[in-house]
Write a protein that binds this ligand. Structure first.
Ligand code: AMP
Length: 282
């Protein structure tokens, strides 16, 4: 497996792969601290583009707010490389901050409207940072397939719009949420949780499940579904809800009723850790 450090190395690697195979490459953008959720994306990428799947590992400073966890975000590079290789990745792109943001960098990608919704509302500037770094990655790697998790469903909406607007040419492939045996969605931030918080955090997936059950039973009304989720959160008063929303997955605007493809998304603070979870209405 090759470790690439510069944008130019990534560009050359991708060109060589495409030239030799006559086919495209797959890219899996991550911030590292890889877990089984990331592994599922890498496996899917390696199955789709055998021998031509690259994983980027970059803790992107521009998507963190001033009081967020950029400095303490877990960094486990050696273990990440081993995991990525086991799943079939053939290249890791691990640039420095200066490589991605040369001195004086003043160009950003703003997906207007979408960037201010859901997580973008509570984390101003977050999606601007995400869109900017993913645009740089797609521009350098020129993948025909880029893999993302449904776990970050609002991010998927922002990136789909960006890729379409900028005509970047990559197809976005969305992989299902990987969960712990008890329902907690895997996240690199779960390592911040104490054992008591780990227990409290289950309220997110319980609320998601409750809403899925209600929908399966025929409930469609947005207000009723959201209220039902709030009622589940009320069982765990130490957890502070950030948002509970039922939105159109492409515009991220609230909808009156759940229809197939609608996004039901929650975010909540468990102690000092902000967690998210969601379901796409079946
Ligand atoms: P991150 O390293 O947190 O930026 O995540 C990198 C990619 O992995 C994103 O596309 C995430 O949506 C995806 N991802 C994170 N957690 C999970 C999970 N539990 N299941 C599936 N994909 C995930």
């Amino acid at each position: 497996m090759e470790i690439l450090k510069t944008v130019e190395q990534l560009r050359q690697w991708s060109r060589a792969q495409r030239c030799h195979s006559g086919e495209g490459i797959a890219l899996v953008p991550t911030m590292g601290a890889l877990h089984a959720g990331h592994a599922s994306l890498i496996r899917a990428a390696a199955e789709a583009r055998p021998g031509r799947a690259a994983v980027s590992i970059f803790v992107n400073p521009t998507q963190f707010g001033p009081n967020e966890d950029f400095a303490k975000y877990p960094r486990t590079f050696k273990a990440d490389c081993a995991l990525a290789e086991r799943q079939g990745a053939t290249a890791i792109f691990a640039p420095s901050v200066e490589e991605m943001y040369p001195a004086g960098a003043a160009t950003f990608v703003d997906v207007e409207g979408l960037s201010d919704r859901l997580d973008g509302k509570s984390r101003p500037g977050h999606f601007r940072g995400v869109a900017t770094v993913v645009a740089k990655l797609l521009n350098a790697a020129e993948p025909d397939l880029a893999f993302f998790g449904q776990k970050d469903a609002a991010q998927v909406a922002v990136l789909r719009r960006m890729v379409n607007d900028l005509r970047l040419g990559a197809k976005i492939v969305v992989c299902p949420i990987v969960r712990e045996h008890d329902g907690l969605a895997l996240s690199s931030r779960n390592t911040y949780l104490s054992s008591e918080e780990r227990r409290q955090a289950l309220v997110l997936s319980r609320a998601i499940r409750r809403v899925e059950e209600l929908v399966a039973g025929g409930e469609r009304d947005s207000e009723s579904l959201i209220n039902a989720a709030y009622a589940v959160f009320a069982e765990e008063p130490a957890v502070r809800v950030d948002y509970i929303e039922l939105v159109d997955w492409s515009t991220l605007l609230p909808v009156m009723s759940a229809t197939p493809g609608t996004l039901f998304a929650v975010a909540a603070w468990v102690g000092k850790t902000r967690l998210i979870d969601n379901a796409i209405i079946a």
